[in-house]
Ligand binder design. Structure first.
Ligand code: 13P
Length: 186
Protein backbone atom coordinates (compact mmCIF):
# COMPACT_ATOMS: atom_id res chain seq x y z
CA UNK A 1 0.00 0.00 0.00
CA UNK A 2 1.41 3.40 -1.02
CA UNK A 3 0.41 4.99 2.34
CA UNK A 4 2.64 2.48 4.16
CA UNK A 5 5.48 3.17 1.73
CA UNK A 6 5.31 6.92 2.42
CA UNK A 7 5.37 6.32 6.18
CA UNK A 8 8.35 3.95 5.89
CA UNK A 9 10.33 6.27 3.61
CA UNK A 10 9.71 9.15 6.01
CA UNK A 11 11.27 7.15 8.86
CA UNK A 12 14.35 6.51 6.71
CA UNK A 13 14.69 10.22 5.85
CA UNK A 14 14.34 11.21 9.52
CA UNK A 15 16.80 8.58 10.74
CA UNK A 16 19.32 9.78 8.13
CA UNK A 17 19.08 13.26 9.65
CA UNK A 18 17.48 14.84 6.59
CA UNK A 19 14.57 16.39 8.49
CA UNK A 20 13.51 17.35 12.00
CA UNK A 21 10.54 15.80 13.79
CA UNK A 22 7.85 18.18 12.51
CA UNK A 23 9.40 19.40 9.27
CA UNK A 24 9.08 18.21 5.69
CA UNK A 25 6.33 16.64 3.61
CA UNK A 26 5.91 13.89 1.03
CA UNK A 27 3.26 13.34 -1.63
CA UNK A 28 2.49 10.95 -4.47
CA UNK A 29 0.21 11.54 -7.43
CA UNK A 30 -2.91 9.37 -7.38
CA UNK A 31 -4.87 9.92 -10.58
CA UNK A 32 -6.55 13.34 -10.30
CA UNK A 33 -5.70 13.52 -6.59
CA UNK A 34 -2.62 14.00 -4.44
CA UNK A 35 -1.88 11.74 -1.47
CA UNK A 36 0.05 13.91 1.00
CA UNK A 37 1.38 13.88 4.55
CA UNK A 38 -0.57 15.84 7.19
CA UNK A 39 0.63 19.14 8.62
CA UNK A 40 2.38 19.61 11.95
CA UNK A 41 2.50 16.01 13.18
CA UNK A 42 5.69 14.12 14.14
CA UNK A 43 6.51 12.89 10.64
CA UNK A 44 8.59 9.77 11.46
CA UNK A 45 5.73 8.55 13.69
CA UNK A 46 2.96 8.91 11.08
CA UNK A 47 0.55 6.03 10.53
CA UNK A 48 -0.84 5.23 7.06
CA UNK A 49 -4.29 6.53 8.13
CA UNK A 50 -2.81 9.98 8.94
CA UNK A 51 -2.21 10.66 5.22
CA UNK A 52 -4.83 12.62 3.27
CA UNK A 53 -6.05 12.71 -0.31
CA UNK A 54 -6.54 16.25 -1.63
CA UNK A 55 -7.59 17.69 -4.97
CA UNK A 56 -5.48 20.29 -6.80
CA UNK A 57 -7.26 23.10 -4.91
CA UNK A 58 -6.24 21.66 -1.56
CA UNK A 59 -9.67 20.28 -0.60
CA UNK A 60 -9.52 17.10 1.49
CA UNK A 61 -11.26 14.32 -0.42
CA UNK A 62 -10.34 11.45 1.90
CA UNK A 63 -8.79 11.40 5.37
CA UNK A 64 -9.28 13.12 8.72
CA UNK A 65 -6.13 15.26 9.02
CA UNK A 66 -5.26 18.67 7.60
CA UNK A 67 -2.93 18.44 4.58
CA UNK A 68 0.64 19.75 4.63
CA UNK A 69 0.90 23.54 4.63
CA UNK A 70 3.03 23.09 1.48
CA UNK A 71 0.20 21.44 -0.52
CA UNK A 72 0.30 24.41 -2.98
CA UNK A 73 3.92 23.61 -3.79
CA UNK A 74 3.10 19.94 -4.43
CA UNK A 75 0.05 20.80 -6.58
CA UNK A 76 1.98 23.42 -8.60
CA UNK A 77 4.81 20.96 -9.33
CA UNK A 78 2.44 18.14 -10.40
CA UNK A 79 0.63 20.59 -12.69
CA UNK A 80 3.88 21.67 -14.32
CA UNK A 81 5.44 18.17 -14.54
CA UNK A 82 3.04 15.45 -15.79
CA UNK A 83 5.95 12.96 -15.62
CA UNK A 84 6.35 13.40 -11.84
CA UNK A 85 4.78 10.75 -9.60
CA UNK A 86 6.25 11.70 -6.21
CA UNK A 87 7.58 14.78 -4.39
CA UNK A 88 9.79 14.85 -1.29
CA UNK A 89 10.46 18.03 0.68
CA UNK A 90 12.89 17.87 3.62
CA UNK A 91 15.34 20.16 5.43
CA UNK A 92 18.89 18.80 4.99
CA UNK A 93 21.41 21.21 6.54
CA UNK A 94 24.39 20.92 4.16
CA UNK A 95 22.39 21.21 0.92
CA UNK A 96 20.38 24.14 2.25
CA UNK A 97 23.48 26.09 3.29
CA UNK A 98 25.61 25.33 0.23
CA UNK A 99 22.86 25.67 -2.46
CA UNK A 100 24.44 26.82 -5.75
CA UNK A 101 27.92 25.95 -4.43
CA UNK A 102 27.14 22.18 -4.45
CA UNK A 103 29.36 20.43 -7.02
CA UNK A 104 27.32 17.65 -8.71
CA UNK A 105 30.39 16.40 -10.62
CA UNK A 106 32.20 15.22 -7.46
CA UNK A 107 30.57 11.80 -7.85
CA UNK A 108 30.49 10.14 -11.26
CA UNK A 109 26.93 8.99 -10.60
CA UNK A 110 25.74 12.33 -9.18
CA UNK A 111 24.47 13.68 -12.49
CA UNK A 112 22.88 10.35 -13.43
CA UNK A 113 20.87 10.07 -10.22
CA UNK A 114 19.85 13.73 -10.19
CA UNK A 115 19.06 13.59 -13.91
CA UNK A 116 19.51 17.29 -14.68
CA UNK A 117 20.72 20.56 -13.20
CA UNK A 118 20.38 21.57 -9.56
CA UNK A 119 17.90 24.45 -9.28
CA UNK A 120 18.11 27.10 -6.56
CA UNK A 121 15.11 29.10 -5.26
CA UNK A 122 15.56 32.35 -3.25
CA UNK A 123 14.21 32.57 0.32
CA UNK A 124 10.40 32.84 0.17
CA UNK A 125 7.69 32.48 2.81
CA UNK A 126 6.84 28.77 3.37
CA UNK A 127 3.31 27.66 2.47
CA UNK A 128 2.63 30.50 0.00
CA UNK A 129 1.63 30.46 -3.68
CA UNK A 130 4.71 32.60 -4.29
CA UNK A 131 6.97 29.78 -3.06
CA UNK A 132 4.83 27.16 -4.85
CA UNK A 133 5.13 28.92 -8.23
CA UNK A 134 8.85 29.63 -7.78
CA UNK A 135 9.52 25.95 -7.01
CA UNK A 136 7.35 24.77 -9.93
CA UNK A 137 9.26 27.15 -12.25
CA UNK A 138 12.59 25.89 -10.93
CA UNK A 139 11.55 22.24 -11.31
CA UNK A 140 10.24 22.70 -14.87
CA UNK A 141 13.73 21.71 -16.07
CA UNK A 142 15.27 20.15 -12.94
CA UNK A 143 14.52 17.28 -10.57
CA UNK A 144 15.94 18.86 -7.44
CA UNK A 145 15.57 22.40 -6.10
CA UNK A 146 17.37 23.85 -3.09
CA UNK A 147 15.16 26.41 -1.36
CA UNK A 148 17.52 28.88 0.25
CA UNK A 149 17.26 29.10 4.07
CA UNK A 150 14.55 26.41 3.89
CA UNK A 151 15.32 22.97 2.45
CA UNK A 152 15.25 20.74 -0.60
CA UNK A 153 12.47 19.57 -2.92
CA UNK A 154 13.10 16.50 -5.09
CA UNK A 155 10.78 14.93 -7.62
CA UNK A 156 10.77 11.49 -9.22
CA UNK A 157 8.68 9.16 -11.30
CA UNK A 158 8.54 7.03 -8.13
CA UNK A 159 8.91 7.77 -4.43
CA UNK A 160 12.18 5.81 -4.36
CA UNK A 161 13.61 7.99 -7.13
CA UNK A 162 12.66 11.22 -5.32
CA UNK A 163 13.98 10.00 -1.95
CA UNK A 164 17.25 8.87 -3.54
CA UNK A 165 17.69 12.30 -5.17
CA UNK A 166 17.43 14.02 -1.77
CA UNK A 167 20.06 11.63 -0.39
CA UNK A 168 22.41 12.13 -3.35
CA UNK A 169 22.19 15.94 -3.15
CA UNK A 170 22.90 15.95 0.59
CA UNK A 171 25.87 13.57 0.07
CA UNK A 172 27.15 15.86 -2.71
CA UNK A 173 26.81 18.86 -0.40
CA UNK A 174 28.88 17.08 2.27
CA UNK A 175 31.40 16.01 -0.39
CA UNK A 176 31.64 19.64 -1.55
CA UNK A 177 32.62 20.70 1.96
CA UNK A 178 35.18 17.89 2.32
CA UNK A 179 36.58 18.81 -1.09
CA UNK A 180 37.01 22.41 0.07
CA UNK A 181 38.91 21.22 3.16
CA UNK A 182 41.15 18.93 1.07
CA UNK A 183 41.92 21.70 -1.40
CA UNK A 184 42.63 24.20 1.35
CA UNK A 185 45.56 21.97 2.35
CA UNK A 186 44.43 21.21 5.94
P1 13P B 1 3.92 20.71 7.16
O1 13P B 1 4.00 19.99 8.49
O2 13P B 1 2.73 21.62 7.09
O3 13P B 1 4.00 19.75 6.01
O4 13P B 1 5.15 21.71 7.04
C1 13P B 1 6.47 21.28 7.24
C2 13P B 1 7.45 22.05 6.44
O5 13P B 1 8.57 21.63 6.35
C3 13P B 1 7.07 23.32 5.77
O6 13P B 1 8.03 23.70 4.85
Amino acid sequence: MIEEEIVEYYKLLYLRGLSTLLSGNISVRSGDLILITPTSLPKPLLRPEDLVYIDFEGRVVKGTRQPSSEWRMHAAVYRRRPDVGAIVHVHPVHSTLLAERIKPDLFLEGDIYIGGPLAVVPPLQPGTWELAEAVADALARANVAVLKKHGVVAVGRSLAEAVNRVEVVEDLAKATLINLWINSGI
